[in-house]
Write a protein that binds this ligand. Structure first.
Ligand SMILES: [Zn+2]
Ligand SMILES: [Zn+2]
Length: 162
């Protein structure tokens, strides 16, 4: 890869009404094994690529933003296709739409963005065996301890230190 900064990743919903492009690599990819993610995906975990909202470019359609309860109690906005209702990304905690958690399974080639970390593994399904060498957190983690320096610098631009 000559210029990793120029990488893009396309994705969309099942009916193809909504199409989007990540215009760079994400900041970090969480694989979340919490019970909320298990319920929301109907599966054993969710894979969320965190990326600045202005790096998610809509190519077609306009997602519908659904106010949804979240584990934190602060709520989350889940962006869904208005036709097939597949969830594409969410943002959390009343922070506004500056950081999106893009559902990696909606990318055309999700294998390009494997997890960087496993979180909330205290509630992991026991048959899920983690042997990808990535950090395993019983609950959450401090991004300063795990994110690459470049990602922390990018994040500081959208969340200036208080
Ligand atoms: Zn759709
Ligand atoms: Zn979760």
């Amino acid at each position: 890869m000559a210029n990793p900064g120029s990488e893009t990743f396309d994705g969309g919903c099942t009916c193809r009404h909504v199409r989007y492009r990540l215009t760079s690599r994400p900041l970090f990819v969480n694989c979340c094994h919490c019970t909320w993610c298990q319920r929301e995906t109907g599966s054993a975990f969710a894979i969320n690529a965190m990326i600045e909202s202005d790096r998610v470019r809509l190519l077609a359609g306009e997602p519908e933003c659904i106010d949804t309860p979240s584990n934190s109690g602060k709520g989350q906005i889940i962006a869904r296709c208005p036709k097939c209702h597949i969830a594409l990304w969410s943002n959390y905690g009343g922070l506004g739409d500056v950081l999106r958690f893009v559902r990696v399974g909606t990318l055309d080639e999700p294998d390009h963005l494997p997890p960087d970390i496993h979180i909330f593994t205290a509630s992991k399904q026991p048959w899920v065996k983690l042997d990808d060498g990535k950090p395993v957190m019983k609950e959450y983690y401090k991004s300063a301890d795990y994110w690459p320096k470049e990602s922390l610098e990018r994040r500081a631009k959208i969340f200036p230190p208080r």
